[in-house]
Design a protein around this ligand. Structure first.
Ligand code: SF4
Length: 359
């Protein structure tokens, strides 16, 4: 195995002096580390901090989450997005309780076997909480390693990805061998790689002149920083448009719960229907179809736009005042505004609810 002692020592010293003070870094509790790593997937640190703090107050261990109701779990996750993560965390909590007696396993394979836990997350928990020499490779670490070792090719391509995992493994094993005292070296090295990627070796404007490892960096030495890592082929984005019908009767609003198997399953939303993104759409027809009423007279409330995966989504909201309450369909229910605030709601529809209140 090649020796990486010099850059590893530099990274460890730099991390000891410059690590950001993040709440999950004040603990070695593997449950707390797992929660932070799951929340940080696809989500920025500053967004995660209040969610993590709130979540850990309510679910300080696996047992407390394992027995919680779905509505409460989703409500606490509301706004963080990628809701499958909350369901996976609860499934992992149940597995920790039923298969491990509530104790977090130290073995990497056992961590990897928890529901929703992939190679990166398992490596992060094993190294950060238990200081094991388990590698990690997320987007930040990929970028750092591709530049540090001038690794050509798409980091997601099989062989390139395998090489990056190998390099990540060599670095953390080196840290375990050289560092005194050893008990935190693997944890610190992996977090140093993450930290460098998040704060110094950023995608577009890396701070090479002040980077602690610039002397060891092949991309910097050869003037190839701007071209590494190789850009990934991105799927084309496409537009989707929905007509949302906010039906009201006697200060109650009709909402429905999304089926568990669908995206955002378990969350509540106003009835809606997808229409052609670039064609004419008839909100009265949509209201009739969704509510089973004739002669609805929708009033335009406005629209919210958001992006999810490769879709640019427009939610166009229409208010319909009904003279009498219709029978809810498909898991629907009538709720007051106060009750709606207590329900877990799809983020875009939560924004529409605010528009309704403002109107
Ligand atoms: Fe990244 Fe520049 Fe540091 Fe190399 S020298 S690791 S490219 S910030």
């Amino acid at each position: 195995m090649p020796t990486h002692a010099a850059p590893v020592r530099t990274l460890l010293e730099w991390f000891a002096a410059h690590a950001r003070d993040l709440p999950w870094r004040r603990t070695r509790d593997p449950w707390a580390v797992l929660v932070s790593e799951v929340m940080l997937q696809q989500t920025q640190v500053k967004t995660v901090i209040p969610y993590w703090e709130c979540w850990m107050r309510r679910f300080p261990d696996a047992a407390s989450l394992a027995t919680a109701g779905e509505a409460e779990v989703l409500k606490l996750w509301e706004g963080l997005g990628y809701y499958r993560r909350a369901r996976n965390l609860q499934a992992a909590a149940c597995a920790l309780v039923t298969e491990h007696g509530g104790r977090f396993p130290r073995n990497l394979d056992a961590i990897l076997a928890l529901p929703g836990v992939g190679r990166y997350t398992a490596g992060a928990v094993a190294s950060i909480a238990f200081n094991q020499p388990a590698p990690i490779l997320d987007g930040n670490v990929m970028r750092v390693l591709a530049r540090l070792f001038a690794v050509d090719g798409d980091p997601a391509a099989r062989e390139v990805n395998a090489r990056l995992w190998r390099l990540a493994g060599e670095l953390v094993v080196t840290a375990a061998r050289i560092e005194r005292p050893r008990e935190r070296a693997c944890s610190a090295l992996n977090q140093a790689l993450m930290e460098l990627g998040a704060t110094v070796c950023t995608p577009r404007t890396p701070a090479c002149p002040t980077c602690p490892v610039r002397r060891h960096c092949a991309a910097h030495r050869t003037g190839r920083v701007a071209e590494l890592p190789a850009p990934r082929a991105r799927p084309a984005t496409s537009a989707r448009r929905f007509l949302v019908i906010a039906a009201e009767h006697a200060e109650r609003w009709l909402v429905r719960r999304r089926p568990a198997a669908e995206v955002n399953g378990g969350f509540w939303e106003f009835p809606n229907v997808e229409v052609l993104s670039d064609g004419d759409a008839d909100p009265a027809a949509a209201a009739s179809r969704l509510l089973g009423v004739r002669h609805a007279a929708p009033e335009r409330l406005g629209e919210v736009r958001h992006a999810i995966t490769r879709y640019r989504v427009t939610q166009e909201a229409w208010r319909v005042r009904l003279p009498r309450a219709v029978k809810p369909r498909d898991g629907g229910a009538w709720h007051t505004l106060a009750e709606l605030h207590a329900l877990p709601m799809v983020t875009a529809h939560r924004r529409l609810l605010k528009r309704l209140e403002a109107a």
